[in-house]
Design a protein around this ligand. Structure first.
Ligand code: ADP
Length: 387
């Protein structure tokens, strides 16, 4: 704290001003230069254009009040402490002054050299601390902006790379499909088998790239839903139908059950199907041949629940709280980790964009059950649909 203090005093009472001048001279630890003003606006003008360490203002000024002076100083952005001298000891007034930006207040009835000294020291210390805090806040905000810009740059880079990789990959996949269809001449069984594997790998890579593109879209808030009214039963049944060949290939039973009546909802049909096929795909991946996967659409208290349960390897309980986090993966018993760890995270984010939620129950060696809960169709869209 500086030893030399320049303090502006605004007070239209000559006796009070005299007291302040005397007190200022006697506050031993400081060399105080008191700059007195009887007219508030002149004091404000001076304080906002000169270097000042603190300002003392009388609350009971004729024509205006000290609270207004505080507000004007705060609006001008001053960063020195403001102490208000009040005629009463009212807590309400004190709170009001502090809210308006005063650093401290002193009731005149308790005004003494000692109380003034203490208030000055506290106020100056408090302001120095506030200045430090706001300096740190500004530094943190600047760092945050820098990190956000960097993050956006990385997202754009991933988005660009994924696009660039997808184009030649799609073309490679199409040519493999052409050869597989026999359009380039007859194939032996062995050639067909190898090309099937090759096409499957292309499809898997496209899926990964699509997931990456979705992650970057989510990051940049550009994953837009095309919401329309749907019967959820059709979406669930189509998702299951799409995954049947893959389940059959893995020698798994895949069943679906839906209610007899329509399950109306307002969703982006392809995004909900993406969520369901992703979870069914995981169930297929983590369930041994001979197992079963059941997809069930049911009525829930606040909407619809689609549960996908499998008889697979299960997920240890300690992972349940994080399983939907981005890049979270669970190693199998041999320590192997496959995939990119973004599938379930995407499922959760897409479900949440629909106002829904996703949950898990699972037991090791017993199986897992993922439940996607979605809201029922909103009343307004129900009306639109009926009209
Ligand atoms: P990835 O994109 O790598 O497939 P996911 O986010 O889809 O990752 O899944 C995260 C992890 O959750 C996987 O690594 C896997 O260990 C585990 N997991 C997901 N679904 C199942 C399931 N049905 N049974 C057992 N483990 C599962």
């Amino acid at each position: 704290m500086p030893n030399q203090l320049r303090i502006v005093a605004i007070d239209d009472d000559a006796d009070d001003m005299l007291f302040l001048k005397r007190a200022a001279r006697r506050i031993g630890d400081f060399d105080i230069e008191l700059i007195p003003f009887r007219v508030p606006d002149e004091g404000i003008q001076y304080a906002t254009t000169h270097t000042v360490d603190a300002l003392i203002v009388d609350y009971g000024l004729g024509g205006t009040d000290g609270g207004e002076v505080v507000s004007k100083l705060v609006a001008a952005g001053v960063d020195f402490p403001i102490i208000v001298l009040t005629g009463t000891d009212s807590t309400e007034l004190a709170v009001n002054l502090i809210h308006r930006g005063a650093t401290d207040f002193l009731a005149k009835s308790r005004l003494s050299e000692e109380s003034l000294r203490r208030s000055l020291i506290n106020a100056i210390d408090k302001c120095a601390l506030q200045r430090q805090v706001s300096k740190h806040r500004l530094e943190i905000e600047a760092k945050n902006d820098e990190l956000r810009a960097r993050n956006d740059e990385i997202s754009r880079f991933y988005h660009h790379i994924s696009h660039e990789l997808k184009t030649p990959l799609t073309s490679a996949r199409e040519f493999v499909a052409i050869v597989l269809d026999g359009l380039a001449g007859p194939l032996t069984d062995e050639q067909r088998e190898y090309l099937e594997i090759s096409k499957g790998s292309c499809d898997e890579l496209v899926r990964h790239l699509n997931d990456l593109l979705d992650v970057t879209r989510l990051e940049t808030g550009k994953l837009n839903l095309r919401v329309a009214d749907h019967d959820l039963r059709a979406i669930v049944e189509l998702a299951v139908k799409t995954m049947q060949p893959s389940a059959a290939k893995s020698e798994l039973g895949l069943t679906v059950s839906v209610p007899a009546d329509a399950c109306l909802t307002s969703v982006d049909e392809s995004r909900v199907r993406q969520v369901l096929t992703n979870i069914i795909g995981n169930a297929i991946k983590f369930t041994d041949a001979g197992g079963t996967i059941e997809v069930r659409l049911e009525h829930e208290d606040s909407g619809w629940g689609v549960s996908i349960s499998d008889t697979g390897r299960g997920i240890p309980e300690e992972h349940h709280a994080h399983i939907f986090d981005r890049l979270y993966q669970v190693a199998d018993e041999d320590g192997f980790i496959g995939g990119m760890g973004i599938g379930l995270n995407l499922c959760r984010e897409i479900t949440r964009l629909h106002g829904g939620e996703i949950s898990i129950t699972s037991e090791v060696d017993e199986g897992s059950c993922f439940t996607v809960s979605l809201p029922r169709r909103e009343r307004s869209s129900e009306t639109t649909h009926a009209a």
